[in-house]
Design a protein around this ligand. Structure first.
Ligand code: SF4
Length: 362
């Protein structure tokens, strides 16, 4: 592509850009902590959903040093509902690293930012350009889409080679324009004009030179090589309570989803349609739980949670047990009224929020 085309691209994009079209927390500030926080919170989260979380985090932890000193459980609780809990764990790790190794000051280069846990190429470019005016372009889903469409480029975006190709393209597109403004403009443009399913091509300032518009391939771009395969997992949670309003919970371990979050004792099977009566015969039924002393009070309908590579189908079996054992290794007995203070995965909070299923828990 000739340089003049990028000149057109830059002029059209920056001519279209107005900061107030899409107010975002990082637009008015240059504080790397707040920019970083908002970027991490808004990854894979809709802006309307993420903004209240951002505000709560800044209020609870006004500086990176405050966040570094926070209790892990308190941060997980504040994060509850956003999903992708590894982001919250990395948030804490990065805050502690900035505090311990950088005296509470974020590294001010792209390469320096990339050394922090949870800061990938996109977030590093965003912080480096927004907070430190570094000349580096962001490359995220919006940018892949805009470039692939504008160029009618069928290079797959999900391969190492493809990524390098688009990194080179976006650097050319950025050219000598101010990265801070260019990055904000291209992200807004992807969110408001060149959107995934309903692109506003008829009002688009790039339309005159948009190759996929001419070729009729707008919705075939960008191209992905690997189609996402999701596996289903069937979770049966044992909600075991006594008559005094206590229930048994446990903390999830490492090496799987929802690390360090809490749950009810779980039996996982690889197929749908397991009856409650068949549960005690499954691998994973707890030794400390005598099936003949339990009374089933309710079985929930299935609750689904979609993760990137997995579909979780959860059924909750609610039992009463005359007297809960005082101590069970690896598990805790908690008052049901404390549930709102405990960090559960989203599928459990959805179940707990469904009062029609929980009349005898509250
Ligand atoms: S013309 Fe349509 S596809 Fe091309 S850049 Fe504009 S909005 Fe995107």
């Amino acid at each position: 592509m000739l340089n003049t085309d990028w000149l057109f691209f830059q002029q059209a994009l920056l001519g279209w850009y107005r900061p107030d079209r899409r107010p975002m927390p990082w637009k008015a500030i240059k504080d790397p902590y707040a920019i970083w926080l908002s970027e991490i919170i808004l990854q894979q989260t809709r802006v309307e959903q993420g903004l209240p979380y951002f505000e709560r985090f800044v209020a609870a932890y006004p500086t990176v040093v405050d966040l570094a000193a926070a209790e892990d459980d308190a941060v997980m609780k504040l994060w509850e509902g956003l999903g992708y809990y590894s982001r919250a764990r990395n948030l804490l790790k990065a805050a502690r690293m900035v505090t311990a190794e950088h005296d509470g000051a974020f590294p001010d280069t792209y390469a320096g930012l990339r050394t922090l846990p949870g800061i990938g190429p996109y977030t590093a470019a965003a912080i480096a350009s927004f907070a430190f005016d570094r000349q580096v372009a962001v490359l995220d889903g919006n940018v892949f889409r805009i470039l692939a469409r504008f160029m009618n480029d069928s290079t797959p975006i999900d391969t190492g080679k493809g990524r390098k190709h688009y990194e080179a393209l976006v650097s050319s597109a950025l050219g000598a324009t101010q990265a801070r403004t260019f990055n904000q403009a291209i992200m807004d443009f992807g969110a408001l004009v060149c959107t995934p399913r309903k692109a506003s091509c008829h009002q688009c300032p790039l339309a005159d030179q948009c190759a996929s518009l001419v070729a009729g391939t707008v919705y075939d771009r960008p191209v992905k090589e690997k189609k996402l395969k999701r596996r289903s997992r069937y979770f049966h949670f044992l909600v075991v309570s006594d008559r005094k309003g206590n229930t048994i919970i446990e903390q999830r371990g490492e090496g799987d989803i929802w690390q360090a979050l809490y749950q009810f004792p779980l039996i996982e099977v690889d197929r749908d349609g397991l009856t409650t009566e068949a549960l005690p015969q499954q691998d994973g039924w707890p030794d400390w739980l005598p099936a003949d002393q339990l009374k089933l009070t309710r079985r929930s309908p299935p609750f689904k949670q979609q993760l990137t590579h997995q579909t979780i189908v959860a059924v909750f079996h609610h039992f009463t047990y005359p007297e809960l054992p005082g101590e069970i290794v690896g598990r805790q007995v908690v008052k049901n009224k404390m549930f709102s203070n405990i960090a559960f995965p989203r599928v459990i909070t959805k179940y707990l929020a469904d009062k029609t299923l929980l009349l005898d828990l509250f």
